[in-house]
Write a new protein. Structure first.
Length: 323
């Protein structure tokens, strides 16, 4: 008897990529940024990162095992990645109990409420970060001054971020070299543009992400803020400062590129990225908050399903009408 040909659902060609491989690849790409955060924020950076990762992994395990009654997936690296990205959006002097709440919101509401990895609409780390920003505005906007491996944590000396100085027109803006290296106040992952770019190049090399979203986010912010700077250079800062300060690069490279919450097509990615850039610029220049990347990404996350619906490629075998 002849063997039957078994036809299975596509895809039929496997690249060897797995969820674990992608997640741990992003974690490796974040190592340079983590090192820079340790250099300038020391003990605080270490405590905040460890606490955030621990609670994200713990809550994912507990919720999946005891509430969802499914096999925990904490070893796939997604909960750890959420923990690191959440930590990188927090100040280095944030109390552990607030970090715990942020982790619970990120994992419990931002991720598992929608069914877990692959089903969430919004980036979980940003859901946690925005919740904490709205709920605890004072500690979430108290920024420790950078130092060289400082060992103070809750009692760190605080100051304003670059974007705070720009918005309120006070203080001295660090030079471009300091901004590139990360010698400025801000959240853990906001500092060190050079370190973030190294992670970006690593992920491109490993084909973890495509370049469209990060590049178009940065180009849009550069063009938008550059035009305003040309119109009124006294009121509006240089576009280079906007790119190298705040969470723009961190958001563009590591959070806007999230597989689940970003568009699938090239055209969708470009529109999505431009939207993030425009919204970020508007909030930074005229909004109540000096930083707008988190809000911009979450807003465009909500539009991603529309972009996927109306910009999806033609299915193989579907006849395309002429004219």
């Amino acid at each position: 008897m002849m063997e039957k040909l078994i036809v299975s659902p596509s895809p039929h060609i496997h690249s060897g990529d797995t969820v674990e491989k992608k997640m741990y690849g992003v974690l490796i790409a974040l190592i340079p940024t983590f090192i820079v955060s340790l250099i300038f924020f020391g003990l605080g950076a270490l405590i905040v990162t460890i606490a955030s990762v621990f609670f994200c992994v713990l809550f994912e395990f507990l919720i999946q095992k005891f509430l969802m009654k499914v096999k925990p997936t904490v070893m796939d690296g997604s909960a750890m990645l959420t923990g690191v990205l959440l930590a990188f959006n927090l100040p280095s002097n944030l109390p552990v109990w607030i970090i715990m709440i942020g982790a619970l919101v990120a994992i419990g509401i931002g991720k598992l409420t929608f069914g877990g990895l692959g089903n969430n609409i919004f980036n979980p780390a940003l859901v946690g970060r925005v919740f904490l920003l709205i709920s605890f505005p004072a500690p979430m906007t108290t920024w420790p001054e950078p130092g060289l491996f400082p060992m103070n944590y809750l009692d760190a000396t605080t100051g304003a971020t670059v974007l705070n100085k720009i918005e309120n027109h006070f203080g001295t803006i660090p030079d471009y070299f300091s901004l590139l290296l990360g010698n400025m106040g801000g959240s853990l992952g906001e500092v060190g543009a050079l370190a973030i770019l190294l992670g970006f190049l690593f992920m491109l090399w490993k084909k973890i992400i495509q370049w469209y979203i990060p590049v178009f986010v940065v180009l849009t912010v550069f063009a938008f803020t550059g035009i305003m700077n040309l119109i009124n250079p006294v009121e509006y800062a240089s576009p280079v400062i906007h790119i190298l300060s705040g969470g723009l690069l961190l958001g563009a490279v590591f959070m806007a590129t999230d597989y689940v919450t970003s568009p699938m097509t090239k055209a969708g990615m470009i529109i999505y990225a431009i939207g993030i850039g425009v919204i970020t610029s508007i909030i930074r220049l005229w909004g109540a908050y000096p930083e707008g990347v988190s809000f911009a990404i979450l807003i465009m996350n909500a539009i991603t399903p529309l972009l996927n619906t109306y910009l999806k490629p033609k299915r193989y075998g579907v006849k395309i009408k002429n004219g």
